[in-house]
Design a protein around this ligand. Sequence first.
Ligand code: ADP
Length: 165
Amino acid sequence: MSERIAIYPGSFDPITFGHLDIVRRAVRCFDHVRVAVAFNKDKPSGLFTPEERVAMLEEVTAEHGDHVTVDSFYGLLTDYAARVGATTIIRGLRAVADFDYEFQMALMNRHLASDLETVFLMADNEYLYTSASLVKEVAHFGGDVSGHVPETVAMKLAEKMKERK
Ligand code: ADP
């Protein structure tokens, strides 16, 4: 049987413990997981550059060895999936707030590529309220984000905030 490759796409600006929990669960279900930073070079956005996000992801997913590859892509997720031979898209679900957007996106991706399946995984309760945007807001005002992101990410966040002031 051929290898089952799943893509976990997102902005990962930056990676949080919620994302990492989803990666860990995905690794148990698939032969290979590609964590892919989606970026838009026509309209750059976010705190960290795509390269910085990839570097942080590589560092904190290293424990999974060959099971996880970190990458970035520009353009349609369905085109990227075809390029890398993925059959599944992984998305994480938190509370109901994620549902509407995720539902829309899953149906649009199904319309674009009917053989590409979206699978939703739930992170641990502990990370139900963890979001990259909230983490950035807290870090901006010098708050403690250590329960939400790995130490190396917390350090990079603090540096970034200093640069920006
Ligand atoms: P965000 O900026 O909201 O953290 P991303 O685009 O980086 O979003 O997230 C990629 C995927 O990971 C999305 O499917 C998102 O719902 C999911 N995700 C983000 N944080 C968590 C979390 N704490 N628990 C479960 N899934 C999450």
